[in-house]
Write a protein that binds this ligand. Structure first.
Ligand code: CDP
Ligand code: CDP
Length: 218
């Protein structure tokens, strides 16, 4: 485990973590961990099974037993393709409440660590560089203004045929970032040894190129 190369990509909502992490993983032939999908799935499962979002013990027990199947871009859960359902704004907001519960984070710790397999891993989330993979060889923290990030998320929703309101999205993203930053356990923040990149004015290709340059020059 210690010898497996790991690249962590953390940052606030819609900063481009997932897109960049998946591209860098593909380009290096590494595995990819979308840790947000695990928190989203734990929340989606709780909502589906009627578990109260205040019941830390029940949420943690369920998170510990999550057995998601990653099939390419798809995430299957209890035989259902939930890839789109877990990304709704309602699930996003509930997820940041569930993700603030220390017992839930603890329950998902080992599952996340197990993604580190040869030849290497690119992991994206909020605490990949600070808590889950503190010894990662390369740590990146992506940012962008709230407006740019809301515009990116807006485009994604419209492309998926979902109704979206840019002002409401901006407010939702800011509220979620605030909750993620201010929680006590594993708050959203850059590791002290992370490269910080403001991508507000950068396209996907330039961000990917920058990360690969850092990787090659490490
Ligand atoms: O794609 P987006 O950045 O909007 O969200 P995500 O990465 O799928 O994460 C959804 C939520 O899960 C975040 O707002 C966090 O509350 C939580 N999360 C976390 O606490 N720790 C992680 N490593 C990843 C996600
Ligand atoms: O994973 P995270 O929530 O941080 O963001 P994402 O889902 O990877 O990216 C959100 C949207 O922004 C996607 O549609 C990306 O294609 C787009 N994006 C962009 O336009 N420019 C970038 N530099 C990065 C992402």
């Amino acid at each position: 485990m210690q010898d497996i190369p790991v690249i962590t990509i953390d940052g606030p909502a819609a900063s481009g973590k997932g897109t960049i992490a998946a591209r860098v993983a593909r380009s290096l032939g590494f595995h990819y961990l979308d840790s947000g999908a695990l928190y989203r799935l734990a929340t989606f499962a709780a909502l589906k099974h009627g578990i109260s979002l205040d019941d830390a013990a029940a949420l943690a027990a369920q998170a510990a037993n999550l057995d998601p199947v990653f099939d390419g871009e798809k995430i299957l859960f209890e035989g259902e393709d939930v890839s789109t359902a877990i990304r709704s704004e309602a699930v996003s907001s509930a997820t940041s409440q569930v993700a603030a519960i220390p017992e839930v984070r603890e329950a998902l710790f080992n599952l996340q660590r197990r993604f580190a397999r040869a030849p290497g891993l690119v992991a994206d989330g909020r605490d990949m560089g600070t808590v889950i993979f503190p010894k990662a060889e390369l740590k990146v923290f992506l940012t962008a203004t709230a407006r740019v990030r809301a515009e990116r998320r807006y485009k994604q929703l419209v492309e998926r045929g979902e109704a979206a309101d840019l002002d409401a999205l901006t407010r939702d993203l800011e509220a979620r970032d605030k909750r993620d930053r201010e929680r006590e356990t594993a708050p959203l923040r850059a590791a002290i040894d992370a490269y910080i990149l403001d991508t507000s004015e950068m396209d996907i290709e330039s961000v990917e190129k920058k990360v690969l340059e850092w990787w090659q020059s490490r």
